[in-house]
Design a protein around this ligand. Structure first.
Ligand code: ATP
Ligand code: MG
Length: 326
């Protein structure tokens, strides 16, 4: 079956690393049809719209989307695009690689972050001049969706179970519901869980990241803790992410447009190529996905490397080396 893949390079180095990832996908024996669309600062300048309707519609109908980065207009582009795929979970692996300087080289974590509610529900009020409030929404249904996804994820990827990070000792109703629902779903599926208070997690993950594998967390906690873990592995140019919905998903590097190096042809394509490997696995191409992960790892270890990793290779050199190892 042909899968339709929306390709949205966006701005800055998105224009360099996204085509690199597409080249890698094209080198594989997979039945993909790529459809490119525009989003971001450049298209806004031309047309007045950062996210043209046809780009939104494409992401909302394609089997998967590969997105690069958007500049000033990032929020106007990526938030609606995540909506277009109805994404309820954000997957953020944080893994250190041999050959890349890391604060904690033993780090190998995957965050599964709730992607629709919590304190990011956008319900804020200014009651008086000097008092403001925020309403935190946690629903059983969103927690169930996340719990079921986490169970499938650990089974598909051969993990023993997952850790729920929360603060239910203080936020008894909201994080209580989050923790209890996910724990119930895991019990029903025969998946092992443990739990950790999110503040304690922040300390433990810095000292001993190897004691954790898959961490399931509420929206804000997932945002902050996965950034913390990103600091442990070093190199923004290496971190991939996926926004997964019930029927489709969007894959993107964690980094932005990197205006300081855009246009020079030296951006590290690894984060986007690893995102493409996650796209392959999402669509059931497990072997191909694994092969891409291994080719990236071998290239990080033995070179060539882009300047952010201390080398002097171009985006193209690294992409060709990865393709050569496939
Ligand atoms: P934006 O506003 O689009 O997020 P930014 O200035 O925050 O832009 P980032 O893309 O977040 O830039 O990158 C932060 C730093 O990391 C920059 O110095 C950038 O050059 C570097 N960087 C990010 N991604 C890469 C990459 N893929 N390859 C090499 N360097 C990168
Ligand atoms: Mg940035």
């Amino acid at each position: 079956m042909t899968h339709e893949i929306a390709v949205i390079p966006g701005d800055g180095i998105g224009q360099e690393v996204t085509p690199a990832a597409v080249e890698v996908l094209e080198a594989l024996d997979v039945d993909f049809e790529f459809v490119e669309a525009e989003a971001g600062d450049a298209v806004k300048e031309e047309t007045g719209e950062a996210l043209p309707q046809e780009t939104y519609d494409l992401a909302a109908s394609a089997d998967a989307t590969l997105f690069g980065a958007a500049g000033e207009t990032a929020a106007d582009v990526i938030l609606p695009l995540r909506d277009a795929v109805d994404s309820f979970v954000n997957i953020r692996p944080a893994k250190a690689y041999p050959g890349v300087d890391a604060v904690r080289p033993e780090t190998d974590l995957v965050f599964l972050r709730e992607n629709t509610e919590g304190v990011y529900s956008g319900i804020e009020d200014r009651l008086t001049q000097d008092v403001s409030t925020l309403t935190r929404v946690v629903t059983e249904s969103a927690s169930e969706d996340l719990g079921e996804f986490a169970c499938e994820y650990v089974e598909d990827n051969s993990y023993d179970g997952f850790t729920i990070a929360h603060k239910a000792n203080v936020m008894r109703e909201t994080d209580g519901l989050f923790r209890d629902t996910i724990k119930r779903v895991a019990d029903e599926n025969g998946v092992e869980t443990d739990e950790v208070l999110m503040d304690a997690f922040a300390t433990h993950v810095c000292l001993n990241p190897e004691q954790f594998d898959v961490i399931v967390c509420p929206n804000l906690a997932g945002d902050v803790l996965s950034d913390l873990a990103a600091g442990l592995v070093g190199g923004l140019g290496l971190l991939p992410s996926a926004n997964v919905g019930p029927e489709r998903a969007l894959f993107e590097p964690v980094h932005g447009t990197a205006p300081d190096i855009a246009g020079e042809g030296v951006a590290n394509p690894a984060a986007t190529i690893i995102s493409a490997a996650m796209l392959l696995e999402y669509l059931g191409y497990d072997e191909e996905g694994q092969a891409v992960h291994e080719a990236v790892e071998a290239t990080l270890e033995d070179g060539p490397r882009t300047p952010d990793l201390g080398g002097d290779a171009s985006t193209e050199d690294v992409t060709n080396a990865i393709i050569g190892r496939l």
